[in-house]
Write a protein that binds this ligand. Sequence first.
Ligand code: UDP
Ligand code: MG
Length: 310
Amino acid sequence: MVIYSIVIPIYNEEENIREMYRRIVEVMEKLEGETEVILVDDGSSDRSLHFMREIHQRDRRIRYISFARNFGHQIAVTAGLNFVRGKVTIVMDADLQDPPELILDMVEQWRQGYQVVYAQRISRKKENWFKRFMAYSFYRILRILADVDIPADTGDFCLMDKQVVDVLNSMPERNRYIRGLRAWVGFRQTAVQFERDPRFAGKEKYTFGKSLGLAINGIVSLSKMPLKLATYLGIISATVAILMIFMVLYWRLIDLATPLIGYTLITIALFFLGSVQLLCLGILGEYIGRIYEEVKGRPIYTVKEISNSE
Ligand code: UDP
Ligand code: MG
């Protein structure tokens, strides 16, 4: 019976796969009990899938799924979770930024009775200040906005008990922000801390655009607060407008010396209100777009190949 399942999403990681396999095997040796690894190829265009097949041929504990195209990191993790058989599942990146050795500490916590053990970064080595700053601010904004308490500086690197994985698998939503859903489900959770290593090789797959997309996804999937923004802005601008009516009345009826304010103010007000309205429309759009995605009810991913021992 499989005890440990390790899920690893892979998108064009040909330079990392072999080294990752080597490090994972070292950890597997130290784990007592049967272990399986689920590699999820997220539509790689390099030789990643080739290496995955090769490793599977040699070592049947390594299984793989390959997507018919790139669906994104969160969906790859979702697919991995759909295929695991273990009593406990670990999710980690393929680029060795998440040190596999930490799995041993996580398992220790699991043995203590925790059902979710997430890895919390205490530092990010060699990532540029802009990314660090954005990540730092994002996690703190999310904490303020979200309906659930999401621990700061945690990514998808974590361990989850089968009970938690089953709940995640039963959630039908298509927009999957795993670390948010993981916090949302509850259960006994704890952190283990680690220093995030730099990538072993290859380029980061999260471009600025993708990271921003993930961030918006996180906020929209966990909070309805932005929707209220329109209401608040509306109240503020109405208050300003009422004050201005009184000002104008005062100048017209009592203080006749002051000339009435002219075009500049009107132009500014026009642009300001116009942009506030567009912003609010955009926010509405984010939510409606997601409703549309959910309603279409398409499969979350399409699989083109599964390791042949299935
Ligand atoms: N990844 C993926 N699909 C994507 C982008 C990334 O499966 O569309 C995988 C990638 O191969 C890696 C993990 O997700 O294993 C994290 O990606 P990356 O290292 O680029 O992100 P970061 O470390 O900056 O969070
Ligand atoms: Mg990385």
